[in-house]
Design a binder for this molecule. Structure first.
Ligand SMILES: Nc1ncnc2c1ncn2[C@@H]1O[C@H](COP(=O)(O)OP(=O)(O)OP(=O)(O)O)[C@@H](O)[C@H]1O
Ligand SMILES: [Mg+2]
Length: 336
C-alpha cells in the first residue's frame, strides 16, 4: 500500500512516497529565502511552496518509478502551521484526489512527528511516553496505541526549539540555531554557567522556556565580544544543558508515574545529541526502552506525514473535500 505524503506547514516543501514502513522517496526542499530575515516570513513561505510543489511531486514519484495511479491515497498536513503555507499543500492534495479518485487524508503535523519516530523502528510496543520537541511545540503525550493520544503537558510560553533558535540568534549563530548550538556544545563544559531550569511544581508535565532565553540575554549583557567568542563552546554547552535537563527529567517522571516502560522523542529537537544521549542513559538505568527517531525524520519531512496517513487510510478513513486548514490544530485521537 503506497501513500504519497505532502508537507507544507512551515518553510519546508516536502513530498514523499512510502510503502508501509519503507520510505521509497522523501524530497525536502528547505526554503533559503528566510535566512536573511532570521526567521520564517509566512507570505514568502506560501509563494515558495506554490513554486516548488509540482517539481517536487514529480521528482518524488520519479525516484520510485511509480505514478499517482499506484498510490492507495494521499496524506497531507492540514495543521498546525502557517495558514497560507498549509493551504498550498492541502489544495494540491484535494486537486489530485478530485482528478484521480484517490482518497486523501488530512494529517496533524505533530502526529506526523510522532510517526517520524515510529517510522524509524522495527517494532514498537505501546503504551509509550512521547516527548514532542520542535520549533513550535514542547509536549508530553501518553500514546496508548496507534492514533490514540493523551496530552500530559505542554509549554506555557516558548517551545524548546524556539529557545535554541532565539539563544543562537543572541549568540550570532544564524537560523535555525539548534544544530549550531548542538555542534558547538560538544566541545564545551555544561557546568560553565548555571542557567535556570523551570520545574513548575504545580504542573509536573508542563514546560516554560521563555526564562531561559532571557537569562542568556542578561548573562551576555556585561560580557565583551572577545569573552563570548573565546567561551562560545562553554556557553552553548551550559545553555543546552539547562534546556535538555528539564526534558529528560519530566519524560522519566511521566514514565514512572504511569508505570510505562517505553519512551520516545519526536520533532526537530529530537535530533539533539545531548538529549538523545542523556535520555538513553537515564532510561537504561531504569530499564526503560527508548525509541529514537533517525535524525533525518526529526525535522519536517513528508515521509512522516505519509506514515501517519497510512494508519488512517488502511482503516478505510479519508477526509472530505471540504477539509479546511487549522493553524492551531490540537492532537486528536481516533474514536474507539
Ligand atoms: N540538533 C539539534 N539540536 C537542537 N535543536 C535542533 C537540532 N536540530 C534541529 N533543531 C531545532 O528543531 C526545530 C525545527 O524542528 P521542526 O522542523 O520539527 O519545527 P517546526 O516544524 O518549525 O515546528 P512544529 O513542528 O512545532 O510546527 C528548530 O527550532 C531547530 O533549531
Ligand atoms: Mg515540525
Amino acid at each position: 500500500m503506497k501513500v504519497l505524503g505532502i508537507e507544507t506547514s512551515c518553510d519546508e516543501t516536502s513530498v514523499a512516497v512510502i510503502e508501509e514502513n519503507s520510505v521509497l522517496s522523501n524530497i525536502i526542499s528547505s526554503q533559503e529565502v528566510h535566512a536573511q530575515f532570521g526567521g520564517v516570513v509566512p507570505e514568502l513561505a506560501s509563494r515558495a511552496h506554490i513554486r516548488l510543489m509540482m517539481p517536487i511531486v514529480k521528482r518524488a514519484l520519479q525516484e520510485t518509478g511509480a505514478t499517482i495511479t499506484d498510490m492507495q491515497g494521499l496524506a497531507v498536513t492540514y495543521g498546525p502551521g502557517l495558514v497560507g503555507a498549509l493551504l498550498v499543500g492541502l489544495n494540491f492534495a484535494k486537486g489530485v484526489s478530485q482528478a484521480t479518485g484517490k482518497p486523501f487524508i488530512g494529517v496533524n503535523h505533530m502526529e506526523g512527528h510522532i510517526y517520524g519516530n515510529l517510522l524509524s523502528q522495527k517494532t514498537v510496543n505501546f503504551p509509550i511516553i512521547f516527548l514532542i520537541v520542535s520549533g513550535g511545540h514542547t509536549m508530553l503525550v501518553k500514546m496508548d496505541d496507534h492514533l490514540k493520544y493523551k496530552l500530559l503537558g505542554r509549554t506555557r510560553d516558548d517551545a524548546v526549539g524556539e529557545a535554541f533558535d532565539k539563544g543562537a540568534k543572541l549568540l550570532g549563530l544564524g537560523y535555525p540555531g539548534g544544530p549550531a548550538i548542538d555542534r558547538l556544545a560538544a566541545e564545551g563544559d555544561p557546568d560553565f554557567f548555571n542557567f535556570p531550569r523551570a520545574h513548575l511544581k504545580n504542573d509536573p508535565f508542563g514546560f516554560s522556556y521563555s526564562g531561559l532565553k532571557t537569562a542568556l540575554l542578561v548573562y551576555l549583557k556585561d560580557k565583551t565580544e572577545a569573552y563570548i567568542q573565546s567561551n562560545l563552546n562553554h556557553i552553548c554547552a551550559a545553555y543546552q544543558q539547562a534546556a535538555v535537563e528539564i526534558l529528560v527529567k519530566k519524560t522519566i517522571l511521566a514514565a514512572r508515574k504511569f508505570n510505562i516502560r517505553q519512551i520516545a522523542i519526536a520533532g526537530g529537537v529530537a535530533a539533539n545529541s545531548r538529549l538523545r544521549k542523556w535520555l538513553s542513559e537515564e532510561a537504561g538505568q531504569k530499564n526503560m526502552k527508548v525509541y529514537l527517531p533517525e535524525p533525518k525524520y526529526c525535522t519536517d519531512n513528508a515521509a512522516m506525514i505519509a506514515r501517519a496517513g497510512y494508519e488512517y487510510l488502511k482503516r478505510g478513513m479519508e477526509s472530505p473535500n471540504t477539509l479546511n486548514t487549522y493553524p492551531a490544530l490540537e492532537l486528536q485521537s481516533i474514536a474507539d
